[in-house]
Design a protein around this ligand. Structure first.
Ligand code: NAD
Ligand code: ZN
Length: 363
């Protein structure tokens, strides 16, 4: 087991290992105290993992309730959020009780937002079960729900008291969802860890690797969380350095919207990473070998990097990006594998970069 300390204003620990679901009670008890716990989960994860978590919490002295909602991004919505709050109020939860998010990023985001707002904030524990949630969304304290006008438009910064990542849970993920998480793993390697990138080139992170070498998967998850930790600790509220985590996401989000959310997030990030790297080569900002290396690594992780989205449509979608500030957008440019920088770019230049990055003859 690995334990990392996230040194934000309110520090917390992240535990990464196997058979950790059985320890959720004990780890929650020492991080939060309290008497009651509500496990918030979805209809895919609940039937698989809620029971061991419930038993563990009861063994640690908690009175436990389970709130299950329909799986899927379309349920990361105000009605689910309000239903969780009403459920907690009906069960007489107090501020010192705990919300346990058991699931992927959708569960973590909506349960976290409920924890951030119930009686102006109560204890929150993340038990991520998807690769994306383990390496990305469970650490950093961002919580959110989607509105009609767009994704993640209402939310709060609310840090968990502890994060418990049991990599054994990854075995039941669908391969496409596993690959989605790999998009963020590759992103982390490009922004901060050339050695990790080379290691993934030699041996990709796959479900097969999980079956044969679980300790290596534990280590890879821990290294990824460590990269996110370093960035988040240096910039808790996304004033500057944290923007590096958006590598591949400006064009990626645009492609995601253009494709009507039919493609997985990891695939869109893969398309976005390769596109911005290609454009950076044209501006002499990075070595010509980099887009090809990122592209090959994405493909080795089951992520296609070809998009049918036109540059005009992608640019129109990118204009809705909430990261845009007036007439400029902050882009993350790969200078080398393991080192990226933020370039405030005017929209006309960004449009040209999208044209270069998504040009069909380059795909
Ligand atoms: N808060 C943040 O910092 C942050 C960062 C990145 C992404 N996100 C958010 O995370 C969400 C995406 O997360 P996700 O990819 O985990 O999506 P998700 O939560 O929808 O999970 C994907 C699917 O896998 C299922 N699942 C999860 N764990 C499983 C397991 N162990 N076995 C079987 N099935 C399992 C889920 O039920 C769901 O059907 C998006 O809403 C995104 O906005 C948040
Ligand atoms: Zn992402």
């Amino acid at each position: 087991m690995y334990t990392l300390e996230i040194d934000t204003a309110q520090p917390y620990k992240v535990h990464i290992g196997t058979h950790l679901l059985e320890q959720v009670g004990e780890l929650t008890r020492s991080a939060c105290g309290g008497n009651r716990a509500v496990i918030v989960t979805d209809t895919n994860v609940g039937p698989l993992y809620a029971l061991p978590v419930r038993v563990s919490l009861e063994d640690a002295g908690y009175t436990v309730d389970v709130f299950t909602f329909e799986a899927g991004e379309e349920h990361k919505r105000a009605d689910t959020f309000l239903a969780i709050l009403e459920f907690m109020a009906t069960h007489e939860f107090t501020r010192s009780d705990c919300v346990i998010a058991l699931g992927g990023g959708v569960v973590g985001d909506v349960a976290g937002f409920a924890a951030a707002t119930y009686m102006r904030g109560c204890n929150f524990v993340q038990v991520p079960t998807s690769l994306l949630a383990m390496v990305d969304s469970s650490v950093g304290g961002k919580t959110a729900i989607d509105l009609e006008a767009g994704k993640n438009l209402a939310g709060a910064f609310w840090q968990p008291k502890v994060v418990i990542a049991d990599v054994g849970c990854l075995a039941t993920l669908d391969p496409a969802q596993f690959a989605d998480g790999c998009g963020e793993v590759i992103k982390h390697a490009v922004i901060a860890d050339a050695e990790l990138f080379e290691e993934l080139e030699r041996t990709p992170l796959t479900l097969d690797l999980l079956m044969h070498d679980v300790s290596r998967v534990e280590l890879l998850v821990a290294r990824n969380i460590d990269i996110k930790r370093a960035v988040v600790v240096s910039d808790e509220r996304e004033a500057s350095a944290r923007k590096l985590l958006n590598f591949g996401h400006s064009i990626g989000h645009a492609v995601e919207a253009c494709e009507n959310y039919r493609l997985g997030h990891g695939t869109c990030v893969a398309i976005g990473m390769v596109a911005i790297a290609r454009a950076a080569v044209d501006y002499d900002a990075c070595d010509a070998s980099i887009p090809g290396r990122i592209e090959r690594l994405c493909r080795a992780h089951g992520l296609s990097t070809a998009s049918t989205c036109s540059a005009d449509d992608a640019f129109a979608a990118a204009l809705h990006d909430k990261k845009r500030a007036g007439d400029t957008i902050d882009l993350v440019i790969p200078r080398a594998i393991g080192s990226c920088s933020i370039a405030t770019t005017d929209l006309a230049t960004f449009k040209t970069m999208i044209e270069v990055g998504l040009a069909p003859e380059r795909q």
